[in-house]
Ligand binder design. Structure first.
Ligand code: ASP
Length: 292
């Protein structure tokens, strides 16, 4: 029996990712191919300052991209981190998955691998993105600068799950800093037996709390995608409380093999997410969870 194609993607710009992915899913594409194509539309959009081309720079103004992908049928996965001159890092992560025995390539090694496989090297800043970086330099570290990863989870017509996560990471991060987004189990985890889960927000806190694999394991133990995302947000809150800190912004999304979706975030994260069913895309607001 054919399954209804479903896609869930983070933030308001996730609408474009869901539109692109759902068009492909309806045409019969695999969940992973649709997720990567959806994410790539955001990587190409210079108006999204937190993903791909024209992303906001690190402490020294370089754009440094992270991404990963995972296929729920096989648990095949791949990631790249600290990539400075290739914009389509979700596709590059997929190639790491397909062509290497490794799970994660970083920095110049990832760029060399991309170059060997036909990815063009390019400058990822624009005059506008550099000007914006310079304008916000005085407030870096003081305010949340609206940094947002696109995480895309899909179920295809065969009922299989796939996902990807792509970001330029926290703005003004130290050179070399890597967050949750390229880490399998951190920013993303996909397992056809259980579901798919992904994250966005402060990567340090997402990883410290256990990341997307935590959501998958809650689902494996019978929780719904919504309950599992809420438990992950609570875990972020609890870890922060133990450390005497205010919880930082973090949001989680998930989907199960039946196509049921969920989304939750820590208080103040204000995370919208897009869900497509068939060709229809709708926006939702992740529930803000205050408890521990
Ligand atoms: N999770 C990303 C990181 O920590 C940032 C974000 O999603 O806003 O690099």
């Amino acid at each position: 029996m054919m399954s209804e194609p479903v896609c869930i993607a983070t933030w308001s710009f996730g609408k474009l990712a869901a539109e692109v992915a759902s068009t492909m899913l309806v045409a019969g594409a695999s969940a992973l191919d649709a997720a990567v194509a959806g994410a790539q539309a955001i990587e190409d959009d210079p108006s999204v300052a937190s993903v791909g081309f024209a992303g906001i720079g690190n402490r020294i103004g370089s754009v440094s991209l992270d991404a990963c992908v995972m296929d729920g049928r096989t648990l095949n996965c791949g990631g790249v981190a600290g990539v400075e001159n290739i914009r389509h890092v979700a596709a590059l992560a997929k190639l790491v998955m397909e062509k290497t025995p490794h799970l994660l390539l970083v920095g110049k090694g990832a760029e060399w691998f991309g170059l060997q496989n036909g990815f063009p090297l390019e400058q990822l800043t624009t005059p506008e993105s550099l000007a914006e970086w310079y304008r916000k330099l005085p407030v870096q570290n003081k305010d949340w600068l609206g940094h947002d990863t696109v995480t895309v989870l899909c179920r295809d017509q065969s009922g299989s799950l796939g996902g990807c996560c792509t970001t330029s990471g926290l703005p003004y991060k130290l050179p070399g800093r890597v967050g949750d987004s390229p880490i399998i189990g951190g920013g993303l985890y996909v397992d056809n037996e259980v579901g798919a889960a992904g994250a966005t927000g402060f990567g340090e806190e997402i990883l410290r709390a256990g990341g997307s694999l935590l959501i998958i394991e809650h689902m494996r133990n019978g929780k719904s995608p919504q309950e599992a995302c809420e438990l992950a947000a609570r875990r972020v809150n609890r870890v922060a409380a133990r450390r005497g800190e205010t919880p930082k912004k973090a949001a989680f999304i998930a989907i199960d093999p039946q196509g049921i979706t969920g989304g939750a975030c820590t208080v103040g994260t204000d995370c919208a997410f897009a869900v497509s069913r068939g060709a229809h895309v709708a926006m939702f607001q992740a529930d803000e969870i205050s408890g521990v």
